[in-house]
Design a protein around this ligand. Structure first.
Ligand SMILES: [Zn+2]
Length: 255
């Protein structure tokens, strides 16, 4: 049952027939891990805290830098130098004091990803490391946790949902990106810049996909890649095929 505070706080959700009180109860019992408390993580943390997920975990080992403030909107000028997880969790709790939070001050890698992810129902990832993404992808497959993966660069963004065990044709992140690009390309990518509001566009979409997965309405982006171009203000959705020889999902059991 929703108490009086929850009925008022989440009224605009409850009014939606696709969500309703039952959907809000699902959100209130959901455990979501946000990996990366940066440009994409900021709106994800903000909207999931506001939407009333029960438990929000945040994983990041970075500190707030002055150059982050152009797009990482949960941090303020006075936060420069502070640990991101500490300030991100404080921000989320100030938005919704009923929220339970867990701060993971470490990078997710092959050694710890499965252990950390297994405590959650769903993972939203917005990091800039291919090695980290591969570790998270493999751990999400192993633990059967849906993975919402988003990326931005310059004026373009992309997002998809990966849960290859849920359907014979569904891909994982590694089906889309089999190997990390050469190091020079990755360095260029980090130095090429990104337009600030793009983090809000794509990060907010990641939060929306998370809510859809938890409540179970609408059409999931699983098997599809949403591509946004901020220069032309246009978007398209392309089918993402499964790679039968994929190193991460090639041999798993599928429904
Ligand atoms: Zn795969």
């Amino acid at each position: 049952m929703l108490d009086a505070d929850a009925r008022e706080r989440f009224l605009r959700h409850i009014l939606l027939k696709e969500v309703g009180a039952q959907g809000q109860l699902k959100l209130l019992s959901a455990r979501v891990l946000v990996v990366g408390a940066g440009g994409l993580g900021s709106p994800v943390i903000q909207y999931l805290a506001a939407a009333g997920v029960g438990l929000l975990g945040v994983a990041d080992d970075d500190r707030v830098a002055l150059s982050n403030l152009q797009r990482q909107t949960i941090y303020r000028d006075e936060d420069v130098g502070a640990a991101k997880i500490e300030r991100a969790v404080a921000f989320a709790r100030s938005l919704n004091p009923h929220l339970r939070t867990v701060a993971h001050g470490e990078k997710l890698d092959r050694g710890n990803a499965s252990r950390i992810i297994s405590s959650y129902d769903l993972v939203v990832e917005g990091i800039d490391s291919f090695a980290g993404r591969f570790s998270i992808n493999a751990a999400c497959i192993e633990t059967k946790r849906p993975l919402i993966s988003a990326a931005i660069g310059r004026f373009e963004g992309q997002i998809s949902v990966f849960k290859p065990w849920a359907g014979a044709a569904l891909p994982c992140y590694r089906c889309l990106v089999p190997e990390a690009p050469p190091r020079e390309e990755q360095v260029n990518c980090a130095e090429e810049g990104v337009i600030g509001p793009l983090a809000g566009v794509i990060g907010s979409m990641a939060a929306l996909e998370a809510v859809k997965e938890i409540v179970g309405f609408g059409e999931s982006l699983a098997g599809r890649l949403f591509l946004f171009d901020g220069l032309s203000s246009s978007a398209r959705v392309v089918k993402l095929p499964r790679d039968p020889g994929c190193a991460d999902c090639g041999r798993i059991d599928r429904r």
